[in-house]
Design a protein around this ligand. Sequence first.
Ligand code: LRH
Ligand code: MN
Ligand code: MN
Length: 424
Amino acid sequence: MRLEKYQIDEHNDKLAQQHKRKFEFLAQDVQGVEEIIQKLIKFQIAIPSWALGTGGTRFGRFSGGGEPRNLEEKMEDIGLLHQLNQSSGAISLHIPWDIPENAASVKALAAQYGLKFDAVNSNTFQDQPNQQHSYKFGSLQHVDKAVRKQAIEHNIEVIRHGVELGSDSLTVWLADGSSFPGQLNFRNAFNNTLESLQEIYAALPDNWKVFVEYKAFEPNFYSMSVGDWGQSLLYANKLGSKAYTLVDLGHHLPNANIEQIVALLLNEGKLGGFHFNDSKYGDDDLTTGSIKPYQLFLIFNELVEGMDAKGMDHATGLGWMIDASHNIKDPLEDLLQSVEAIMMAYTQALLVDKKALEQARLENDVVRCQEILQHAFRTDVRAIVAEARLRSNAALNPVQLYRDLKVRESLVAGRGQKTVATGL
Ligand code: LRH
Ligand code: MN
Ligand code: MN
């Protein structure tokens, strides 16, 4: 399914007057609003192929119907999102959940939808049918070299798929770890993991990056072999200049100061990218910005400040990905909400008066520091984000248009009620 240009235009025409009033009112008070809009237009967030179906739970999966049945349909769904917001111009594949058998035709289809291939993800946390060795006791860390070798080869295979599709990064997330004290020799697990990562690293093309994603717990609950940003950074530093740390917002122990982690990784030149989501308890994979929007803003505040200090391009300097999946929402509506929340946090961060903040810090004026940050955070920037969409021929209100056009109903009609997309 594709939207027709007139459908977006009609929707925008209906909302035009109201939008104009809100935007002009806001623009009066925002310095450099044009520059902000240009930055928003450039900023693209990759959609994970595994977020297009209902999932994210070990318990029941309640499909809303019309889920994509293959990679082509997943691209179709992301193509729809991109038409609605023009900010979702990339797809992140998870292999073997996605198997791009005919790379040339997959690439051609992606181009039709205006999609690029973001990081490719390997999967050594599940056993696949016909796999020789099991990952029950880990993959890259495994005590048995044959298991490690199998996991290394899988990662190299994923790189090969990525190269064919025009991706330029690999994300490695490991479930490796232990669930009981005594189960693992921590040092051996670390050294095995490092050695395995080094073999994968050696297979990276020159222009590629590898992102080492950390996670504090789950599925292992006593130790994780890439359990936090410190361990990830150790691996990344030992691997070399193409290796970076990836921050998934749901992968920390409760109350971790993620914005500080982000600031320091950026300072070290070792921040690779993000998996955006939100959480109340653990790796909840909830809609980005749905629980802690202030935290998301504070993270973007560090990103904008740190990237500007290093002269990095906001849109291309890091990998921007969503990693969320849903059990009760329509996954496409959910993704529209996540993208919107990210764009809002980015806009608010661009509004922060950095000079005044630095001055207030020098004067130890703590109250003023808070005022400056919260002034930006409490600004309702939705009309600026909507204006950026309008100028890119996207919808002023993507969720509303999605509903008005009964997109889900059409997908159900075309694909059936009982379809299940691959993923968690
Ligand atoms: C692990 C994780 C990792 C996986 C994805 C499916 O919790 O965040 O990024 O690849 O979920
Ligand atoms: Mn993740
Ligand atoms: Mn996760």
